[in-house]
Design a protein. Structure first.
Length: 140
């Protein structure tokens, strides 16, 4: 079975990466270099958008999600995050996860089939926390 294909009978949690400049597209390309071909993940840059048009663009992309999904943003409090939060309001189980890094995106890709958005968001939070480390001296 293709690593990027959904398991039979499972709902896939959709995701939208909303980040500054070309970070979302670059992060998705980096994930594809590790994971392989990726389907069902959209990217959106804030470049060229006002807060209003960015929020509208997010709503346009998540409005068709019937069972929720994840809006993945680069950092807390930035335009991508705040517009994601506003766009997610009143949309059921659309969850915003911020501070997204490559380990989190790879974990999402490996666990998005058959999961619930809220549970997957909590998993990604733990993965992100575990993936940030400080190393001093020689590796063990």
């Amino acid at each position: 079975m293709n690593a990027g294909a959904p398991s039979r009978g499972a709902e896939r949690v959709p995701a939208l990466l909303v980040m500054h400049a070309d970070l979302a597209a670059a992060l998705l390309r980096a994930a594809a270099a590790v994971y392989g071909p990726i389907e069902g993940v959209e990217t959106l840059s804030n470049s060229g958008h006002s807060r209003e048009t960015l929020e509208d663009a997010i709503v346009d992309r998540v409005g068709h999600w019937t069972h929720g999904g994840l809006v993945l943003t680069d950092f807390w409090g930035g335009s991508c995050h705040t517009c994601g939060i506003r766009a997610a309001r009143g949309r059921g189980e659309v969850v915003v996860v911020t501070g997204v890094n490559l380990p989190m995106l790879l974990d999402y890709l490996h666990n998005r089939d058959g999961a619930e958005a809220a549970g997957l968001a909590e998993r990604l939070l733990r993965k992100g926390q575990d993936s940030v480390r400080v190393q001093r001296g020689q590796p063990a």
